[in-house]
Write a protein that binds this ligand. Structure first.
Ligand code: NAD
Length: 266
């Protein structure tokens, strides 16, 4: 039988914010491909539970450290922890939680700073840590998780719309700067994906508008040509492919995985 060998066995991979949702789905596929993985998240119990689940699937390394990505000292700590186990870093997946929903008038300047720290600064800071190592190895992959909002801003998600656009600027600039070192940098933009974040987002909107949660989900689904939300593993498959040897000529791209949601040509 023909098999697409992704060449990910024994690669050392960092996936941030991976105790749940899309990050966890990404971690699971890397584990299934035989990679060693380092994961973090804010909640220690959820993180330990995910680590135990993943360890059942592999005899490779699964290491986990509690980290709040909004705090650089916490990222420093996570990184020191990783370097006790990994001698090199092959792949970095920058994922995080999402900022709160709302419009311009809903947020003060502190909310903007928090969103910056969560989505843009965490990505910059992780890149600062990992790029010198990748440069000395003359290879590496960085995949920054954003959202379809970078192609089509979403109503009532202004913090996300703004910060994620910054991540795309970073992705494209790094792709240009790091190509001579054979470091490939891309961004993946999930559309509506059925995770805890989306469940709680739909609950909040339903409560605010006094309608059923299913009504909100039905309304989202009606905007998606494929007529359904994504499963987290459908996003993760694309991320893992981009990290693989088979994606050796792809850098600087911003790829949506959205069931056709984005209406623009490109
Ligand atoms: P989720 O809520 O299911 O999981 C989020 C993960 O991030 C958890 O592991 C949580 O512990 C971790 N996390 C949150 N804040 C953190 C912090 N400060 N420090 C460390 N870890 C933290 O979310 P998800 O749906 O998997 O979304 C992941 C990312 O993708 C988010 O940025 C989200 O906005 C974005 N996104 C999601 C969708 C979607 O429909 N689910 C669509 C587009 C973009």
């Amino acid at each position: 039988m023909f098999q697409l060998n992704l060449g990910l066995e024994n690669k050392n991979v960092i996936i941030t914010a991976a105790s749940k949702g899309i990050g966890k789905a990404i971690a699971k596929i890397f584990v299934e491909e035989g990679s060693n993985i380092a994961i973090c998240a804010r909640n220690k119990d959820d993180l330990e539970e995910t680590k135990s689940e993943l360890l059942k699937l592999t005899d490779k390394m699964v290491i986990a450290n509690q980290c709040n990505l909004t705090k650089t000292a916490s990222i420093d700590n996570f990184f020191d922890f990783i370097m006790d186990y990994f001698k090199r870093i092959d792949i970095l997946i920058n994922n995080a939680g999402g900022p709160p929903s709302g419009k311009f008038d809903d947020f003060n300047i502190n909310d903007w700073k928090n969103a910056y720290n969560l989505n843009l600064n965490s990505t910059i800071y992780m890149c600062k840590k990992v790029i010198p190592i990748m440069k000395s190895n003359k290879c590496g992959r960085i995949i920054n998780m954003t959202s379809v909002s970078v192609k089509q801003p979403l109503n009532n998600l202004i913090l996300s719309n703004v910060m994620r656009a910054g991540v795309i600027g970073l992705t494209k600039s790094l792709a240009n700067e790091l190509a001579p070192y054979n470091i490939l940098v891309n961004s993946v933009c999930p559309g509506y994906t059925f995770t805890e974040r989306v469940r709680s987002l739909s609950e909040n909107i339903a409560k605010k508008n006094n309608v059923k949660i299913q009504d909100i989900i039905d309304q989202w689904q009606s905007t998606i040509p494929l007529g359904r939300l994504a499963k987290p593993e459908e996003i993760a498959n694309v991320v893992v492919f981009l990290a693989s040897e088979k994606a050796s000529y792809i850098t600087g791209t911003t790829i949506q995985v959205d069931g056709g949601f984005v209406k623009s040509l490109l």
